[in-house]
Structures are given as C-alpha cells and as structure tokens.
Design a protein around this ligand. Structure first.
Ligand code: GLU
Length: 925
C-alpha cells in the first residue's frame, strides 16, 4: 500500500496533538473538582460577560489548580427585576457555589434576597446607595463596589484638601446626594456656600451659563459617564472650561474618558478612581487578552471601566476563597428550591448547607486586584479600599494622590510640581490682556495698525518684561466700555476690566487698576507693581490781578462809611463842645487883661481839620483847651489809632493773599467750602473710597459730590484733568497720586494739593484661582528688585511725551522768585488817589484865585485882568515872601517896565536865594 508522505505527516501531527494536548486536558479536567457558579449580566453588556469568561478560562486553565469552574451565565434586561428573580431561581436550583451580578439595584435586590434565602454567596459589583433593605440579606452578599458611606467620607476628605470656599454641585440623579452626604454634613455650618443644581434633559448650556454668570468657578460634577462627556462639550461652548475652572468629578469611571477630556486638559479636573493609573505589565497583558478576544473593546490598561475591573476581581476573590476552603472544608453542591418556605419544596432542602461557612471564608479574602487592594468587613462590604486621586495634563490622567480609610489623603505630587506643570503650560499660551486707554499706562500709537502695534505705554512695557521672564505671548485689547471695573450693588454685576476677566474673555487685565477689597473677591491680583494714594489735582494758585483800589479792601464799605460818619460826627461834636466849653473862648489880645470880646478858634472847618489831622496822623497846630473838648479829641485819637493799626494789618494780609491765591490746602478745606466743586472718576476706586469711608469729612465730601448738579463725576482721568483746566480754579479733581504726578509734569498750571488720603497699589488682575498668578507675581517682584519697574516709570512719567516740560518752564520759576515783591499794580490805586486829590486841590485853588481876583477888582476898582496880572506878578516871585496888601496897577508902570520889573523881581528873588542881593542892589543904584 502506498502511503502519501503528506498524509502521513498530518496523521502524526493529529496523533501528537491528541496525545499530548487534548488527552491530558481531558484527564486533568476529569481530575479537577467541578464548581458550578451562576452569573446574571445585563443584556448587551457583552464586555462584562467577556471579561467574566476570560477570567474563568484563565482560572480553569491553570494547570496546577484543582478546580474547574462551570458557569451558568444568563442575561436579563436592566429593568426586568421579575425576570432576574426567575433566572436566579433557575440557576440556584441546580446548586451553585456563588452567584455573580446582576449589575443594577433593581435586579440586584431580588437576586440578593434569593441568594440570602438559599445561603448562596452573591458577588455584587455595582454602586449601592444604601445598605440593603433586607437587613440580614447583606450577610450573604460580597460587595466589591466601595461602601457608600466610606466613599462619601473619601469624597469629603478629598474636597477638604482643595480648600474650596464655595462650590456648585451639578448632579444627575438622586443617588449623587447620598454620595455627597458627608459633604453636606461637614458643611452644615454654612461656612461655605454650596449651590446644588440638577442636570436635567440634554441641554445643560443654560444651567452652565447661569453657574458661569454667578461667578462660580468650583464645580462638583456627579453624573453618568455619557453625561460627563456632554457636560464638558457644552461647558466649553459657554466658556466653563479652561484653566480658571475647577471640576471635581465623582464618577469612578471618569478615567475611561481620557480621549474625550484631553481636549479640556487646561481645565483643572480632579477625578477619583479605583484604577491605579500606574499599571504594570500584568495588567497590560490582561487588557491585551481582552482586546484580542473582543476587538471592539477599545481599552488600555489605565482605562479599564470600574465595573469590569470589579467583576474580574470578584471572580478572583471567589477563586481565592475557594482555595482557602480547601484546607477547611470540601464543598458539596445540592439542588435547592428557590422558594424553600413554599408548601411544595421539590428537593426538601431549604438552604445550601455549606453556604454560610463558605461565605465566611470569602469575607476573609484579602487580594490585590485590578481595582486595588480588596478587603471586606464582617458584612461583606468593601470598606477598605484605595481611591486614586488624579488630575489631567496633556499626557492624560496623572496620579496626584491617594485616599484610604487609614491615612486619608496622601499627595504623591507636591503642589510645586503641579505649579511647575502650569508654568510649562504658560510657555505655549497667548494671553489675552484686557486694558483701557489712559495715559501713560496705555495710549494709542498707531490706530490703523494691527494687534499690539496699535498701543504703547507703561502697561504694555510691563507685560512685555513679564513675558520675557516667563515666556508667554500676549495680545492686548480694549474693554468695550472703557471702564476699570465697578460692581453694581443692585444687579451684583461687574463692568469694565473685571467683567472681561469674569467672562473669561481676558486672561489678564492691566492698566492703572487699583487693588480693592471688592475686586479681590471677584478676581485675583498679582502683587502691586506701583503704590499710590488719593490726592487732589487743582490749578496752581494764580495771583489775582491786583485791583486799583485794593487799598480799600482791608475795610468793608460799611466800615468806610461808618468811619466817614464818625469823622464828621466827631468834627461836629468838637465844634459844639468847643463853642460851649468856656476854656475854648480866649482873649484875642493877651496884653489886654480885660478884653471886651472873647474869641473861639473852633470854627467848623477847624474842627474838621482837627479830626482829619488826628485820623491821618498829621497832628494839628490848633489844639483845644477845654477838658471836654480834649477828651473828645483824645477818644477820637484812640479810635483812629485802632482803626489805622487794623487797617495796616489787614492790608498786609490782603496783599499776601493776592499772591498766594486760594487757600485750599487739603481735603478738609475742600469739604468746608462750596465754591470749588470737586469730583472723581465715576464708579472707580477713588469714588468708592469716598462712598465707603466712615470718616466724616470724606462722607461729607461724598454726599456733596453726589448731590452736586451738573455731575462732578467724569469718565476718566483725562476728562477730569480737562475739567480742572477749564474750571479755572472752580473744579478740583480727586485723583490717584501717580496720575497726578504724570499730569502735573506736563500741565504746568496744575498741581497736587495736600498729601495722600490713603495708600494702595496697582496690580495685574486675573481670574480667581489663576494657576499663573504665582509666576506672574514672581516676575513682578523680580522686575521690582532689578529696578526695572522704576526705569519703566521714569521712561513713561518723565522721558516720554514731554514729561520734563514743567521742570524747564522758566515763567513758573520767575514767578516764584518774585513772589515776595509788591508791583506797581498793587499800589497804583494810592497813586491815583494822590493825583486825583492834587488835581482837586488845583481846582479849588483856581476857584479861590478867581474869587480873590474878583474881590480885588471890586475893592480897588480895577479890571479883573489887572487884578490877575497883579496876583500873578507876586505869585511868580517865588522867592519873595512878601506881597503888598494893595494890588499893583498899570498906572504905576508902563507895560515894558512891568515886564522888566517882573523879570527883575524874579531875578532878585533868585539872586537873594543865591546870596547875590548886595551885588544887585549896588548895580541898581
Ligand atoms: N485706578 C482707579 C481704579 O482702578 C481709577 C481711577 C480713580 O478712581 O481715581 O478704579
């Protein structure tokens, strides 16, 4: 017979296979103890069943192990608890060592009760919000999912390490509230604000937006895994993701969302899981096997879903328990009736005889599974477990700590390392920097340019310097409302730069933005880069144009009038008194002791002359003799003394005041008066300083400012400065000292009045909990220490845009130098009075002369011209002290002679003055 060599080879291979592989297997299987087990999985939960079978095969294939696990695996709809009960009965009736599943509360409850009745251990792997309602039933259950109460404690312990002052809980179903019960109990003192919102429907945007608008940045999220993905997708749309938002996600399966959450890697997420992200080779191998068996299962060793891991571990615990019974007992399996108390008990056995003993052994199993260390309490609850605490980075989830009941939270990554991660993230980031136009912090450089090229200023330079230290890019933009950031107390809404930060439109806000308590509660600030205080911007005191009759100013018009009255009154009183006073009637011829008539020199003109002489300090050649007249004159002298001294004192003060201008020296002076209006930037920190101040002067100033119409508030410093300039000393602007310094260096007629009313600083603002704050603050500190901040200040305050203008203003210096001299303007009025008085005297003289000429002409029967000539003839003989009583007439000399005679007499007078009298006399003779 011919044998084909190929057929022969095939035959030999088959023989070897049967002999060495299948036969030993069969023999071994026969040798192994058959252990029936039951499992109920949900329909469509293929992964769970696959994992179960995989582990089962693994155990059964262990050559040296004496057990062969024979599974009875059934599936049931999630909500069909009735069918689940029936299936459980069918499985248990055949006699099993343990029941696995099902995986939800509805179906698990009935299966748990059946297992309890029949004393069959029941492995459960799902979350159970509360202890079993069948108090004793739990005693046959082995619960691999962490105990609800201990999990709640863990959640709270981890939350406490985050030190959140307030947070919002977003939950999906009511079970979440049980997971959070410890959190609620711990916060019952209402130290912290907790907001609880339920996620309903499919569109969470409006809810997330509301949370966003409330300013909440700390969120505890408790929802199922699909909802988590959706929440993050929608949160990104409403800007509720990013580095300033913190999420604490309670779903233990969040680690499976590596791919989905990676795109939100900048968001601060804290997640908890039973699965250690630092997997070993063994775990990788297990997952490889799973994915080989089920290619649709896209898993990695660190993204194993919790329940899969728990089912895997459940089988492991069962198997460990089985091995432990080996030395203690041998298990016998009997058919048991599912309804042992019913009248028809088909098998006559109520419970599995070895069940309770086996259950006790199972509870003692200690194992290290995919879900970490496993240990049960005496009721079969997993109260001792380790939670992995993770955050997300560009590489996926990263373990930052662990929690276990004994040690609580232990960090595996220091805070510094976490911050270092953010510092690294900074390098790739382009910061959106919100600002507003305001000299010298940000000014237009080229409005038609693009991006940062449009602006220049101190703020730009500062951010540039910081970016050089840290290494980030930046892009400046202006706030739409050009406001700093004020809180509307009614609507609780912010405007300006603060609003931009709260809405996450900006990462940083910089300008002359003052660090205030209110703002600090809404945003974070770096350390101050400039310190300042509120002060007053006002016009420099301008010397008022001296008034012509300013010598009258020291006394009011009334006083002048009363003085004139008093003067006339005194003159008249002296006149009356002197007429009556006997001593003032004198003998006109002293050589005649018995005169027939007495004379009184106190005519009214003389009395007026006396009063005038006294008050003008002229003294008087006529003096009264009577005591009463003297008393009157002395009192008038006393009156004159006081009035004149007061006048001189007041005149000095008036002249000084004219030079110094207005007497506003500080805020108190402003508060005291009403002529000069004063205001601030509307709704900014200076206005708020006055609004919130408890100091009475500032309170008064605030109410004055509020009630003044038209409004004294302005939109920005530039407008305030313009108003001071235009106001010509009628408007003062309460402004920050650094801005005053900038303005007064350029507007030479403006100055700072008084010192600073407070002390504060400008800071760079950023959203609360910004991970970049430490870095940016550090950079500001470095710039300060290196002197860069003061260099920048000198550049923008002094060197740029005419900052030294007022240092060089010669007119202001000259004015100051001459400040103490009195100009002609100050005394012009007195000159005018003098000239006017003299003119008046000349006028009177002319009248007197004319009258005299008339009198002479009538008396001596000459013409008025002759009388005038005669008078002039002697008037011009200025050195001639004598004049004939009779007038000189033309009949006495020809007109030539007249002329000669006039000339001669003029010459004579001059000669006599020069002591040449004798020479002339001789020549004449
Ligand atoms: N720096 C102020 C602020 O941040 C604005 C100017 C002011 O109030 O004087 O509100």
């Amino acid at each position: 017979m011919f044998i084909n060599i190929n057929n022969f080879r095939l035959f030999v291979s088959l023989f070897l296979c049967v002999f060495f592989v299948i036969l030993p297997e069969l023999c071994l299987a026969d040798r192994k103890q058959r252990i029936p087990i039951g499992a109920i999985f949900h329909e469509y939960n293929m992964e769970m069943e696959m994992v179960f079978r995989n582990k089962l095969n693994y155990i059964n294939n262990l050559y040296e192990e004496p057990y062969l696990l024979i599974p009875n695996i059934q599936t049931v709809a999630k909500v069909d608890s009735f069918k689940a009960g029936k299936i459980a009965c069918n499985i248990t009736e055949d006699g099993i060592a343990a029941m696995f599943g099902p995986q939800n509360d509805e179906c698990a409850g009935i299966v748990e009760a059946i297992c309890y009745n029949l004393k069959i251990p029941n492995f459960q792997t799902h979350w159970q919000p509360k202890k079993s309602t069948y108090q004793d039933a739990a005693k046959m259950a082995i619960k691999l999912y962490p105990d609800a109460h201990v999990l709640s404690v863990a959640i709270n312990d981890i939350l406490k390490t985050m030190e959140w002052k307030s947070f919002t809980i977003l939950y999906e179903d009511d079970d979440a509230l049980l997971r959070l019960q410890e959190v609620f109990l711990d916060h019952k003192t209402f130290d912290n604000v907790i907001t609880i919102r339920q996620l309903t429907g499919f569109d969470y945007r409006s809810l997330l937006k509301e949370v966003h608008e409330s300013g909440e940045r700390q969120i505890i999220l408790d929802c199922n895994i699909d909802t988590t993905v959706e929440v993050f997708r929608q949160a990104a749309e409403v800007k509720m993701t990013g580095e300033y938002i913190n999420y604490y996600i309670l779903n233990l399966d969040t680690h499976t969302l590596r791919q989905e959450l990676l795109q939100h890697a900048l968001t601060n997420m804290t997640i908890i899981s039973l699965i250690d992200p630092n997997f070993g080779e063994a775990r990788k191998h297990i997952v490889d096997e799973w994915t080989m068996e089920m290619p649709s299962l896209t898993l990695t060793a660190d993204t194993i879903p919790t329940e899969l891991a728990l089912m895997y571990d459940a089988l492991d615990v069962f198997y460990q328990g089985l091995k432990m019974t080996d030395s203690l007992m041998s298990l016998k399996f009997e058919k048991v009736d599912c309804n042992p108390k019913s009248s028809i008990n088909r098998y006559g056995i109520d419970t599995w005889t070895d069940g309770e003993q086996f259950y006790d052994v199972l509870k003692k199993v200690r194992s290290d599974g995919l879900s970490g260390p496993i240990q049960f309490d005496e009721n079969g609850y997993r109260t001792d477990f380790t939670l992995q605490i993770m955050d997300i980075s560009d590489d996926g989830f990263r373990q930052i700590g662990t929690w276990d009941p004994t040690n609580g939270v232990s960090r595996t990554i220091s805070e510094e390392d976490s911050l270092a991660q953010y510092s690294a993230a900074l390098r790739n980031k382009t910061f959106k920097v919100a600002s507003r136009i305001g000299e010298p912090h940000l000014m237009w450089k080229n409005e038609s340019a693009e991006g940062n090229e449009r602006f220049e200023g101190y703020a730009m330079d500062l951010i540039h310097e910081i970016s050089k230290i840290i290494g980030f890019k930046y892009e400046f933009y202006l706030t739409p409302d050009n406001k700093y950031g004020g809180l509307d107390k009614k609507t609780k809404k912010w405007n300006g730069l603060i609003k931009e930060l709260l809405e996450r439109k900006a990462d940083l806000a910089i300008c002359d933005l003052t660090i205030t308590f209110d703002r600090r509660s809404a945003v974070d600030f770096t350390m101050p880069f400039m310190t300042l205080g509120i002060s007053i911007l006002f016009r420099k005191p301008v010397a008022r144009p001296p008034q012509l009759f300013s010598f009258m100013a020291p006394l009011s018009v009334e006083v002048w009038l009363y003085m004139a009255l008093a003067f006339l009154g005194v003159a008249f009183a002296v006149y009356i008194i002197a007429r009556m006073c006997p001593k003032d009637w004198e003998n006109p011829t002293p050589q005649d002791p018995n005169p027939t008539e007495l004379e009184n020199i106190w005519s009214l003109p003389n009395c007026i002359w006396l009063s005038l002489g006294t008050i003008m300090c002229l003294g008087c050649d006529l003096l009264p003799k009577g005591s009463s007249t003297r008393i009157t004159v002395v009192l008038w002298g006393f009156f004159a003394l006081i009035v004149i001294q007061s006048y001189i004192a007041n005149l000095t003060a008036f002249l000084t005041m004219e030079k110094m201008g207005d007497s506003i020296k500080n805020a108190e002076d402003l508060a005291k008066q009403t002529t000069i209006k004063y205001g601030t930037v509307q709704g900014a920190s200076t206005a708020n300083f006055f609004r919130d101040s408890n100091f009475s002067v500032y309170q008064k100033m605030w109410s004055t400012m509020e009630s003044t119409r038209p409004s004294v508030f302005v939109d920005g410093n530039a407008e305030g400065v313009k108003r001071v300039l235009r106001g010509q000393g009628t408007y003062a602007f309460l402004m920050e000292s650094t801005s005053i310094e900038y303005v007064t260096a350029r507007e030479c007629e403006l100055t700072q009045i008084g010192g600073k009313l407070d002390s504060k600083g400008y800071g760079i603002a950023m959203p609360v909990n910004s991970p970049y704050r430490t870095d940016i603050s550090g950079a500001v500190l470095k710039l300060q220490e290196s002197g860069k901040l003061s260099t920048l200040k000198t550049k923008w305050w002094k060197d740029m845009h005419g900052g030294r203008k007022c240092d060089e203003d010669p007119s202001s210096n000259a004015k100051e130098e001459n400040a103490n001299e009195m100009g002609i303007d100050n005394v012009a009025g007195i000159f005018i009075v003098l000239v006017a008085g003299t003119m008046f005297a000349i006028f009177i003289l002319i009248c007197e002369v004319l009258w005299n000429i008339r009198t002479i002409a009538v008396e001596h029967k000459i013409t008025p011209t002759e009388a005038l000539k005669s008078e002039l003839r002697f008037a011009f003989q200025i050195f001639n002290k004598e004049k004939p009583a009779k007038p000189y007439t033309p009949s006495e000399a020809s007109s030539d002679e007249d002329t000669r005679s006039v000339a001669a007499s003029v010459f004579r007078s001059a000669s006599s003055f020069l002591r040449l009298d004798n020479i002339i006399e001789k020549k004449d003779n």
